[in-house]
Design a binder for this molecule. Structure first.
Ligand code: GDP
Ligand code: MG
Length: 360
């Protein structure tokens, strides 16, 4: 099966301690929901929300093509409740929540930096860096348990000389060592082969991760002794923005002196975190963004549009999105000789606009 996010969007699990703003963030994100008729995979699980990925390039293409429909790429957010200290030992609803995280492709951790004495902090203090450490310990311990269980089995097989088992054993030992130091597996530098094996282990700390600093104050992450990257969002304010009629949101965002909504920033960052590229198709019917894995070739990209297109791929006409917009129309781009012909070995570039020629 080719990778086809149209059938199964990649998902981001929202995690964090209780009362940090996860559900408020999730509800606000999903208020920007999608028209379900364009996305047949839409789930009915209340904890799962499918969210449009905003893309200025797609908007620009639509200005040129004036299509009947504009279809963005999507990602899924999952509200994973209640990670608490001791989760890796089954505290709270520990194991169940860890299993939910395991199913996600990436993790978005919300940490609390807003002060409000009416809303209880589980550890009785506002300390985002401390929260991050608490959660990391749980994820690391859960992974360590997984790794050690696997090791027990594989050690025996490796002794028998099984080549795959020997490789797996050596990788598991590397994981064990870094986890034992309290660090995530994603910090390991691994060969491509090892990275593939690692994927099959579904370790929590191997997943890409981003942090949302939820704050209604001008304070930055550094003020809390946090040097790593975070996305600062005022979740309460975002909730307020999305409660306005769509036409007024943009204006309010400008009035606040912001260049884009915090949610859009988060969605774009989440999409980037997944290591995906976007290509476009555009015409009178629809302007549409599609997702491919970074490094995909033209036939695989065609296969995202329709499974049969990968097999039937003949060639692609390709132009960078900004060249297309500059030309002002497909006919003009053609006239200027800007539409390149690419074959089956062409590696897709982020921002390509494509026509695929296929045998049906
Ligand atoms: N002051 C303030 N309150 C917030 C903010 N984000 C969430 N809250 C409030 O904190 C409480 C817990 O939020 P919730 O989203 O349910 O947290 P969860 O337990 O992480 O899902 C709710 O009463 C929210 O209204 C924020 O940025 N500022
Ligand atoms: Mg919640």
């Amino acid at each position: 099966m080719p990778f086809n996010p149209f059938l199964m969007p990649l998902s981001i699990g929202i995690v964090g301690l209780p009362n940090v703003g996860k559900s408020t963030l999730f509800n606000t994100l999903t208020k920007k929901g999608v028209d379900a008729s364009n996305y047949p995979f839409c789930t009915i699980d209340p904890n799962v929300g499918v969210v449009k990925v905003p893309d200025k390039r797609l908007d620009a293409l639509a200005v040129v093509s004036k299509p009947a429909k504009i279809i963005n790429t999507v990602i899924e957010f999952v509200d994973i409740a209640g990670l608490v200290k001791g989760a890796s030992e089954g505290e709270g609803l520990g194991n169940k929540f860890l299993a939910h995280i395991r199913e996600c492709d990436a993790i978005c951790e919300v940490v609390r930096a807003f002060v409000n004495d009416d809303i209880i902090h589980v550890d009785g203090r506002v300390d985002p860096k401390g929260d991050e450490e608490t959660i990391q310990v749980e994820l690391v311990l859960a992974d360590l348990a997984t790794v050690e269980k696997r090791l027990e089995k594989v050690v025996r097989e490796a002794r028998g000389g099984d080549k795959d088992a020997v490789k797996l054993k050596s990788l598991l030992e590397k994981c064990q060592a870094i986890l034992a130091e309290g660090n995530p597996v994603r910090n390991l530098e691994l060969s491509e082969e090892d990275q593939l094996i690692l994927k099959s282990l579904s370790l929590l700390t191997a997943k890409p991760m981003l942090y949302v600093l939820n704050t209604d104050e001008p304070k930055t992450a550094l003020d809390f002794g946090w040097e790593g990257e975070t996305i600062k969002i005022n979740v309460k304010l975002e909730e307020e923005i999305t409660s306005l009629p769509e036409g007024e949101q943009e204006e309010y965002i400008k009035e606040l002196g912001l260049d884009q909504s915090g949610l859009d920033k988060l969605i774009r960052a989440s999409y980037k975190l997944l290591g995906l590229d976007t290509f476009f198709t555009t015409g009178a019917d629809e302007s549409r963004a599609w997702t491919v894995k970074h490094g995909s070739k033209a036939p695989q990209a065609a296969g995202v549009i329709h499974t049969d297109f990968e097999k039937g791929f003949i060639r692609a006409e390709v132009i960078a999105w900004d060249k297309f917009v500059e030309a002002g129309s497909e006919a003009k781009a053609r006239e200027l000789g800007l539409m390149r012909t690419e074959g089956k070995d062409y590696v897709m570039k982020d921002g390509d606009v494509c026509n695929f020629l296929v045998n049906r």
